[in-house]
Design a binder for this molecule. Structure first.
Ligand SMILES: [Ca+2]
Length: 307
């Protein structure tokens, strides 16, 4: 059986690295590259950490590309600084050089090239804002036919968002961050015919990062990948943290853990609900991950990272 082709586009948050680490453990997938979108990170350490992680996992033939797109509403600096911490973790700095290459072209151009060169349509695994995808589609509309589907961590359908409600900032609390960073680009992707399978806050709210699961990663710390995952989660355990990007990515490994549900939706791009993914009859059809077998998911990531 030929492998499923996947291009990853992440935005440098703690769980983006972990999602990349999970994707790299999937034997049925051929990863064509990793694009880093400069959203939930500072992009230089995020690119560096990504390359070091790919090295650690033994896939240094996979290239990384830095997207140079810009968003509208920046992520909080407190979130973004995690990219510096991860890049400095001792386990990622045992070698003097990084073998995984950083391509010279911007991430959005890399995305266009990789999709055009692919022999069959590719799954885009996106764990950050959709801006790089939207810019690539704008530059090269022909690539739409080369995108099999977009599996995306983003949106909040029937629950509140995770962008804080603030009258001052003109935000009513309905937006999810990956949409809010650049709702215009999300709306651009919504205009395409591409199949979208999203992992919204409606689902991730039920799948927290617990002390128990982090301790279990520690118990298998003789495996470098599990050690690194445990270190990353230890960083964020004081916050309310959920398996956002990792839960979305695990769908590629075990879709049968999930039930999908179809919704008709619209992206709100202006006003106090800017960044909301609103359920609207007659709106753009998408699939949302609706339920997940949580215990199977927890067991799966522990098993995959035991290496
Ligand atoms: Ca992310």
């Amino acid at each position: 059986m030929s492998k499923q082709l996947v291009l990853m586009d992440h935005d440098g948050g703690v769980d983006d690295y972990l999602a990349t680490m999970l994707l790299l453990t999937m034997d049925h997938i051929k990863l064509l590259g990793v694009v880093v979108t400069p959203a939930d990170c500072y992009v230089e350490p995020a690119v560096s950490a990504t390359r070091k992680i790919i090295d650690l996992m033994g896939f240094s033939h996979i290239s990384v590309a830095e997207s140079t797109v810009r968003g509208i509403n920046p992520f909080p600096r407190l979130y973004r600084r995690d990219s510096f911490i991860v890049d400095h973790l001792p386990i990622l700095n045992q070698q003097d050089t990084i073998n995984t290459s950083l391509v010279a072209e911007p991430g959005q151009d890399f995305m266009v090239r990789v999709l055009r060169e692919a022999p069959v349509p590719v799954t885009l695994m996106v764990t950050g804002p959709l801006t790089t995808v939207a810019v690539a589609l704008e530059k090269a509309p022909d690539i739409e036919a080369k995108i099999e589907r977009i599996v995306w961590m983003g949106g909040a359908l029937n629950v509140g968002g995770n962008v804080e409600k603030s009258l001052e900032a003109g935000q009513d609390g309905s937006a999810e961050w990956n949409v809010y960073w650049d709702a215009v680009s999300a709306a651009r992707v919504w205009q395409t015919q591409i199949e979208i399978i999203m992992c919204p806050l409606d689902l991730t709210n039920n799948v927290p990062v617990t002390s128990d699961i982090v301790y279990k990663m520690g118990k298998q710390r003789h495996y470098p990948v599990s050690d690194l995952a445990g270190q990353c989660y230890a960083l964020v355990i004081p916050q309310d943290y959920y398996f956002w990007d990792v839960l979305a990515t695990a769908y590629l490994g075990h879709p049968e853990f999930y039930q999908l549900r179809e919704w008709e939706t619209e992206i709100i791009t202006t006003g106090v609900s800017q960044g909301r993914t609103k359920v609207v009859p007659g709106g753009r059809k998408i699939y949302a991950m609706d339920t997940v077998d949580k215990e199977a998911f927890y067991a799966y990531i522990l098993q995959q990272w035991a290496r």
